[in-house]
Design a protein around this ligand. Structure first.
Ligand SMILES: Cc1cc2nc3c(=O)[nH]c(=O)nc-3n(C[C@H](O)[C@H](O)[C@H](O)COP(=O)(O)O)c2cc1C
Length: 399
């Protein structure tokens, strides 16, 4: 299941907000991901962005008038509603939200939504006072109670120049929400998966840390892949440059000891732990509480003490444990030893000296070793695809 958007019929409803320009990017990213995007527009939306902009991106007709004899809705007014995998209204104006709450059907979007069986996502975009108005709030609550998924709005700079609650979310979050909604009923639905990511930071003093080259990309990709199969996902991560994945419970930690205590808590009742974090084996015995000065000495020694072995320590009834072995020599032998000593179900052996593999890259080349002695050498894949390969095996163990 490497691409949850591939060949999915995504209906994108665009209404009359200045945030329409962001929907062009959303339509583009959906199309690039292999989705079949039907754009529906209100007459208000057409005043902001031309239907031609969307049809040029999606390579499909845009419906802006239900009565046009050339439009599909003019021939069969529920055609789009019936084939939709998911409908997303982005941006959703206060006006369209009100119409949806009251069951009106006087434009392509409201007509299609009233007729569809597909899940509906609403991404509001409006002035903060419009959003906070009791009428809008009651309409939002009514739609939520009927199962509509609201994504955003965020607080930020609004078109009026004011800062407030009403900004439409950006494309990565909207894509994440669509994938999450499409994943309902996936093979990890009802499962709780805990993933760790990043390199721990062990303080030497208030300005210096001992750390490693892990960027968190592998763990974040596993977390997204698990979300896209319907799992409830907790991602325990050290500071990274990556955006929090939508729909994932992200918990930030710094040190190995913090990671250990959060993981122990998160793993109680979890179905699987996938440990992609690079946890420091050692930490300074004592972190200074002030910045250490250079002084006159030519050398400097730091006493290190061993960190706990988190993966070995965490044992839960039925908990499936997956580790990563990032090695620069004797890859498979070291990985096999780690699999056995830590009581893992699976380990991804990762040659960090290979090109396009290991730290910081978007791709990885791993060999998966399991308890039964099997070794599966995977080709060069994106980290997201590697995540799915691991989760295919986790799902099998859980089943
Ligand atoms: C420049 C401009 C920007 C607007 N931006 C928004 C907006 O962000 N959100 C909103 O709810 N209404 C906004 N409106 C008002 C809507 O366009 C108006 O309520 C319209 O009736 C919405 O129709 P629709 O929901 O059918 O697209 C804006 C109007 C103008 C002229």
């Amino acid at each position: 299941m490497p691409n949850p958007l591939e060949k999915k019929h995504i209906v994108l409803g665009v209404t009359g907000s200045i945030a329409c320009y962001k929907s062009v990017d959303l339509a583009s990213k959906l199309t690039q991901n292999g989705a079949l995007v039907d754009v529906l527009m209100t007459p208000g939306a057409v005043k902001f962005v031309s239907p031609l902009t969307f049809s040029s991106i999606t390579h499909r007709p845009v419906i802006a008038d239900i009565f046009s004899p050339e439009s599909e809705l003019g021939i069969n007014h529920v055609a789009v509603a019936e084939r939709a995998s998911v409908v997303i209204v982005a941006p959703a104006t206060a006006n369209t939200i009100a119409k949806l709450a009251h069951g009106l059907a006087d434009d392509p979007i409201t007509t299609t939504i009233l007729a569809t069986q597909a899940p509906v996502i609403v991404a509001p975009a409006m002035d903060a006072h419009m959003y906070e108005n009791a009428a809008t709030q009651e309409n939002v609550a009514a739609l939520q109670s009927r199962g509509y998924v609201f994504v955003g709005p965020a607080t930020g700079r609004l078109a009026s120049g004011l800062i407030g609650l009403g900004r439409m979310l950006e494309t990565p979050d909207l894509l994440g929400c669509i994938k999450m909604v499409l994943s309902r009923g996936g093979d990890l639905s009802g499962r709780k998966i805990v993933v760790s990511a990043g390199g721990t930071q062990e303080p030497i003093d208030p300005v210096r840390v001992l750390t490693n080259h892990s960027t968190g990309k592998m763990g974040y990709a596993v977390a997204e892949a698990a979300r896209d199969r319907g799992a409830e996902v907790s991602l325990v991560t050290t500071p990274t440059a990556l955006e929090d994945p939508f729909g994932v419970n992200v918990i930030n930690v710094r040190t190995a000891l913090e990671m250990r205590s959060v993981l122990l808590h998160q793993c109680s009742g979890a179905d699987a732990l996938i440990m992609a974090a690079a946890v420091a084996d050692w930490r300074p015995a004592k972190a200074a509480d002030h910045k250490l000065k250079k002084g006159e000495a030519e050398t400097w020694s730091i006493e290190l003490v061993k960190n706990p072995d988190i993966l070995s320590e965490i044992v839960g009834e039925g908990l499936v444990k997956v580790g990563f072995a990032a090695e620069s020599e004797d890859l498979l032998a070291n990985a096999r030893a780690k699999l056995l000593s830590k009581g893992l179900h699976l380990i991804a052996a990762n040659d960090i000296t290979a090109p396009d593999s290991g730290f910081g890259t978007d791709t990885n080349r791993v060999t998966l070793l399991d308890r039964e002695g099997r070794a599966t050498e995977l080709p060069l894949l994106t980290k997201y695809e590697v995540g799915h390969e691991i989760l295919d095996r986790v799902a099998k163990v859980l089943a």
